[in-house]
Design a protein. Sequence first.
Length: 319
Amino acid sequence: MKKGKIVLVGTGFVGMSMAYSMLNRGGINELVLVDLDKDKTIGEEMDLSHGLPYAPQKMVIKAGDYSDCKDAQIVVITAGAAQKPGQTRLELAEVNTKIMKSITEQIMASGFDGIIVVASNPVDLMTYVVAKVSGLPKNQVFGSGTVLDTARLRYLLADYFKISSKNIHAYIMGEHGDSSFVPWKHAYIGCKSVIDVMKDNKHPMTDLEKIHRGVVDAAYEIIEKKKATYYGIGMALNRIVRAILDNENSILTVSTYLENGAYGQEDIYIGVPAVINAKGVRELLDLELDEEEQKKLNESCKIIKKMREDSIDKIVNEP
């Protein structure tokens, strides 16, 4: 395994936003781009490489194929079909399950034994598919989960309280989608509870719900205005990769495998705070949720499991 070697599968807006942020930030030794569109991949390699003289460190960037996964430390999957007008979420999930299955089989055929980070949508479901098909230990496969949602939440809270977002400690949990939620009693500004800060400053508690609604609606608003979101998730993926490469033991709300009754769930990937290091998911943080929050998490898991039962498992298990 080559330390600092990353393979990016999918050179669309999301993948290339991640690649560009890596080029600017450094910390990567080798970045291999893999995509069905070979010409685009070569073009992206050239365009990124021309920025290397101004990058913070030397870095090998190349257009490659799945055989390059063999000695990679991390594979990031951003490939997948976008939702078409009139297409249901289940229909999109079925299309992307077939794509994820094919990609994962080709990754594993190379002899890969590193960490896979999934960012394709619906991300919780696609992470499950990749984990199932790859057969890798569960700590080595996880999704981007609610890392971007959490960044949006911290940005909005920082703006509301006029405090640096680096001192906002709050998390979005659950499905990366409309059924996400904020466990507010575990939200802090520095070491003071957000709820206490709201009370002390006589802010209406309904403002917290408006902030969460702003997070949920953000993607819809961006898509309406510029057709797609990619810079934020590109930065979020870069953050996840750095936590692995630098063995940080950082807490990120990735789509993590729940078992042994964690959060009252079994055999499911969902966004919860987890400790991320060079081995992937070291452990998850089992937060105490109130009745309403637990209900929301259960509902998220129910939606995902129903989609699995309806058709996803059948596609995954096809020879």
